[in-house]
Write a protein that binds this ligand. Structure first.
Ligand code: 5AD
Ligand code: SF4
Length: 503
């Protein structure tokens, strides 16, 4: 299939990751990338529904695309992702000029559905209820990939979520937790490293529960994880694929099979030659284990950055959210993490204005945020999502203006600690992974330290994205550091390509 395509991504890194796969599928089918929707033959919108403004963004973008399509009727529009999964047929009703609608469980079908659309002459909507767990070949990470940044790779280790946070629509649109086989993940990272990827980010909604479902799947395959010893496989039983059985904690003291831990995965990925940085997002505070902290501390390539979503600092709101921890428990985990991992940066997610949140609850969040000394935080005003538990608490919704004011006070607290955290870097020499020219000053490049702090500096000569440089930190603001170039540590080895547009 000749022609040009563009993929626009809304939302989180999981969507960015799926977009790279969508681009990979289209290129495997013969298409070429463009960044300009006006000249694209296929425009893919990969949607998000975590908050209401994400919905509005999609319909705004679709309106604009309709006028492009009116001018060029051959253009095809594909809507994929979480919002399609949530709204199902209603996207096709609201926007009948959309050619293909697909959900979160059938990313691999994108090109086939486009072909079906052409053959039938009618729009195609395909939303599956669930991902087929056994069929891990269809796991998005197993699909062809076009990486947005050739040096950085996102690797899904787990899809879906088994928690039921009252505000969150993710379990409804991404389904229950499915862990990807250990060996498949390691193999993908090894392949990515050969392609020149030096930084990997492991993705999952709740990475610390990685592997929980694998034991169950082993059981369903006919192998008893608690009784069966590896050296003694019953010939009458189906033999497990090797890709499932990797990682130290697959075996307990009696040589019986148990589940792997996320910590094993960090160690295995950290040992892949060529991988200089390993990141992951997101752990759930209730499941953050000492083994993970130990792996972060001991594995050189695992970066000193923990993104640990707090959501609220009030115990009654945390309970209403079903988060499974108290503020004190959260702070305790944080203390353990900081004690175990030297020079750890911590960021978080916080929601203000959850239904029923009082002034006193909001005050508790400010206190916990101050005590936690976050290096950064994504703060959100609560947005009711249809079908979630909190979405039905309309009688307790917080006035929007009140929530906005609480948010402004919270921002002040977070900005105070992020400024202090950034100022503490001044005078140090840090390793920066460059991602491109600075937006404000084209003579500078921007990159990130191992702690994920943003740094701008002037390189002595043009510097390719993917370069690692030592940079002396000379200045700090709440959001970034200013540095002076010291030396290049490692040059990039990936091929350069045109980027996929971001939404
Ligand atoms: N309203 C506001 N913020 C939300 N988040 C998830 N659901 C909602 C919602 N309904 C936030 C949480 C989560 C982040 C990815 O988005 O803080 O950690
Ligand atoms: Fe949503 Fe909670 Fe699952 Fe995170 S852990 S994806 S907030 S339900």
């Amino acid at each position: 299939m000749a022609g040009k395509y563009v993929v626009r991504t809304f939302g989180c890194q999981m969507n960015e990751h799926d977009s790279e796969r969508l681009a990979g599928l289209l290129e495997a089918d013969g298409m070429e990338p463009t960044t300009d929707a006006a000249e694209a033959d296929v425009v893919v919108l990969n949607t998000c529904c975590i908050r209401e403004n994400a919905d509005n963004k999609l319909y705004g973008t679709l309106g604009h695309l309709k006028s492009l399509k009116d001018a060029r009727p051959g253009m095809e529009i594909v809507v994929a992702g979480c919002l399609s999964q949530k709204d199902r047929g209603s996207i096709a009703e609201r926007a009948p000029y959309v050619d293909v609608v697909l959900g979160t469980h059938n990313v691999h079908r994108a090109v086939e559905l486009l072909h079906e659309r052409r053959e039938s002459g009618r729009p195609v909507v395909e939303i599956l209820e669930a991902t087929v767990a056994e069929d891990h070949e269809l796991f998005p990470s197993a699909l062809p990939v076009v990486r947005q940044a050739g040096y950085a790779g996102w690797v899904t280790i787990q899809m879906g979520c088994d928690n039921s946070c009252a505000f969150c629509i993710v379990p409804a649109v991404r389904g229950p937790e499915i862990s990807r086989p250990f060996g498949d993940i390691v193999a993908e990272v090894e392949r990515a490293a050969i392609d020149g990827v030096t930084e990997v980010t492991l993705l999952g909604q709740n990475v610390n529960s990685y592997g929980r479902d694998l034991t169950l799947r082993m059981r369903q395959q006919g192998s008893d994880p608690d009784g069966d010893s590896v050296g003694d496989v019953d010939p009458g039983r189906p033999v497990l694929e090797d890709s499932f059985v990797v990682g130290d904690t697959w075996l307990d003291a009696d040589n019986a099979r148990i589940r792997p831990l996320f910590a094993d995965l960090l160690r295995a990925i950290g040992a892949v030659p060529g991988i200089r940085r390993v990141r992951y997002t997101s752990p759930h505070p209730k499941d953050l284990r000492p083994e993970t902290i130990a792996a972060m501390a001991q594995v050189e390539s695992v970066c000193e950055h923990l993104h640990l979503p707090l959501q609220s600092g009030s115990d009654s709101i945390l309970a209403a959210m079903h988060r499974g921890y108290t503020a004190e428990r959260y702070l305790e985990r944080l203390r353990d993490a900081r004690a175990g991992i030297s020079d750890l940066a911590v960021t978080t997610d916080i929601i203000v204005g959850f239904p029923g949140e009082t002034d006193a609850d909001a005050e508790s969040t400010l206190e916990v945020a101050a005590e936690a000394r976050f290096d950064g935080a994504f703060t959100f005003v609560y947005s009711p999502r249809p079908g979630t538990e909190a979405g039905d608490m309309a009688d307790r919704f917080v006035d929007h203006q009140v929530a906005v004011e609480r948010m402004a006070r919270l921002r002040q607290v977070v900005e105070r600690s992020s400024l202090l955290g950034n100022q503490a870097r001044v005078g140090r020499t840090e390793e920066v992974l460059v991602f491109g020219p600075s937006k404000r000053d084209p003579e500078r490049v921007s990159g990130r330290t191992r702690q994920n702090r943003l740094v701008h500096f002037r390189p002595p000569a043009p510097m390719r994205p993917g370069t690692y440089a030592q940079v002396q930190i000379v200045g700090a603001t709440t959001t970034s550091l200013l540095g002076e170039f010291v030396e290049v540590v490692a040059a990039p080895s990936h091929r350069t390509r045109i980027p996929v547009a971001s939404g």
